[in-house]
Design a protein around this ligand. Structure first.
Ligand code: FAD
Ligand code: FES
Ligand code: FES
Length: 478
């Protein structure tokens, strides 16, 4: 049995919407239907944070608060969650929430357009963390742009939260919220709105049945890429299959020699685990979009988009990761190095889906990765390079180099690797290797970077990798 209704908790009530338009964004719904216009639209592509709202989800009988970009999240994704808008922060009696108080006290707002989004990002940070430091503040606000106040007063406001009472009306209402969230039905969802359909199966078995029945469908995970087809390209998605309700796809399993990450695991969960094994993978993820993007975006979504500038892809290629594909064509394992077959094209066939990604744990190796973008936070790479080396007695035993932004697909530098492997770990060898990068890549000119710039950067990153390993020193400017 499936339900055609989307149910979520809002202002201590369950709201039920039957057969909503699956292409409608949460932002449009709250502004046009709920008439709550505090949440703003700036860019409509997840880049400015003006539309930030917070969703409450149950985790271990507690509520986890996630900031998200409502402009790129489809309405049915709200099912089973608590919707919190800027209008909900102050108490019924009109008392400001501590994060609002802090923004007032530190003059954190001028024109006010960005302020609701900033307040919501701060709210999620405040609710999920017992103490707040500079790193956490910078990270939590990395997806919110303010064009007029300047960030210092906003950061000062965030710092002051350490000294304010933690108790708010969300704590007071916690038991009611938990009870309501648990009441929402656990059925599969199947929505029909004119010619548009939306499916949210709860199990892999049901997903496979839908994939068999509905041929021209689009799989939806975090939606941080797919939704832009609607919000930016003005296309319509007729058949959406949402994977985020399938618990069997949301996991991280650590084995002796590998990490297995389920397809719908949000990047924000993955970054915490990968830090223990590959610090540079973690460092790249910290600069991946924003907290709002990583709260919903997934590594499987990044792989399936096959974007030449997808940030995880060169790292996964340098690490020789495996993509586990399931679906109606059977289960198979494909090396990430064979997965991309053309511009935004992969080996996935109709009826397939990514089940998980396996990353080897290589204890003898050094992994270095660098992202070059115009802006430090919340920006897409011009070039992203990843280097995986095994060095033994000053000789390079194994090497894998992969770059994003250097060709129409993320690609290994096979000719350069040949120069390095079995050679001495020396500057001379690395100097020689940099020249080979021109044989491996012929990048394009575009608005992010010229061909010449990309090539120079790639060479310099290879040398930076050498000097960092040789001198055991991190050479980076944040
Ligand atoms: C503001 C902003 C900033 C961004 N910053 C970065 C960045 O710094 N670095 C970067 O690399 N990317 C960035 N992105 C792009 C995007 O966030 C990533 O590509 C993300 O990983 C996509 O994952 P998702 O779960 O949101 O995918 P979705 O949008 O849900 O899906 C993307 C594609 O993958 C397919 N898909 C999803 N899951 C599966 C599955 N399990 N099996 C098969 N196909 C599947 C979908 O059908 C769709 O075609 C950014 C995007 C935005 C909007
Ligand atoms: S409106 Fe800019 S991030 Fe949503
Ligand atoms: S206060 Fe004007 S954009 Fe931030």
């Amino acid at each position: 049995m499936s339900s055609n209704a989307v149910e979520f908790v809002f202002e201590n009530k369950i709201i039920k919407i039957r057969n909503p338009d699956p292409n409608e964004t949460i932002l449009n719904y709250v502004r046009l239907n709920l008439k709550k216009t505090g949440t703003k639209e700036g860019c409509a592509e997840g880049g400015c944070g003006a539309c930030t709202i917070v969703l409450g989800e149950i985790k271990n009988n507690k509520i986890l608060y996630k900031s998200i970009n409502s402009c790129i999240t489809f309405l049915p994704v709200l099912n089973g969650k608590q919707l919190i808008l800027v209008e909900n922060l102050s108490s019924k009696e009109g008392k400001l929430h501590p994060v609002q108080d802090a923004m007032v006290n530190f003059h954190g707002s001028q024109c006010g357009f960005c302020t609701p989004g900033i307040v919501m990002s701060m709210f999620a940070m405040f609710k999920n963390n017992k103490s707040i430091n500079n790193e956490l503040i910078n990270e939590s606000l990395s997806g919110n742009l303010c064009r007029c106040t300047g960030y210092r007063p906003i950061i000062d406001a965030a710092k002051s939260l350490n000294y304010l009472s933690r108790h708010d009306h969300f704590d007071k209402d916690k038991l009611i919220t938990l009870r309501l969230l648990k009441k929402i039905n656990e059925k599969n969802i199947e929505i029909t709105n004119n010619y548009k359909k939306y499916f949210a199966p709860k199990t892999i078995k049901d997903l496979k049945k839908i994939l068999k029945k509905v041929k021209n469908s689009k799989l939806l995970s975090g939606g941080t890429d797919l939704s832009l087809e609607v919000t930016k390209k003005r296309k319509e998605l007729k058949n959406i299959i949402y994977l985020g309700s399938i618990k069997e796809l949301n996991f991280i399993k650590i084995y002796k020699n590998e990490i297995n990450i389920g397809a719908t695991t949000p990047l924000i969960n993955f970054e915490k685990e990968i830090k223990k094994y590959y610090l540079d993978f973690y460092n790249i993820l910290k600069r991946y979009g924003s907290v709002q993007i990583r709260n919903f975006g997934t590594i499987a979504g990044n792989i399936a988009t096959a974007s030449p500038i997808g940030d995880t892809l060169p790292l996964l290629m340098a690490l020789d990761a495996k993509v586990i594909v399931d679906g109606n064509n059977g289960k198979k394992t494909i090396s990430i190095n064979d997965f991309f077959i053309g511009y935004r094209k992969t080996k996935l066939k109709q009826g397939d889906f990514i089940f998980s990604i396996k990353i080897p744990i290589l204890k003898q190796n050094i992994l270095k990765a660098y992202k070059i973008s115009k802006r430090f936070d919340d920006d897409i790479s011009s070039v992203c390079g990843s280097f995986n080396l095994e060095i033994d007695k000053n000789y390079i035993k194994k090497v894998r180099i992969a770059f994003g932004g250097m060709s129409e697909i993320p690609k290994r530098a096979l000719k350069t690797e040949k120069i390095l492997v079995n050679s001495k770990f020396s500057q001379e060898v690395f100097n020689k290797a940099t020249k080979n990068l021109e044989k491996d890549y012929s990048p394009i000119d575009d608005m992010r970077a010229s061909k010449q710039y990309r090539l120079e950067i790639a060479k310099n990153l290879l040398l930076k990798c050498f000097f960092e390993i040789k001198n055991q020193k991190i050479l980076r400017i944040n």
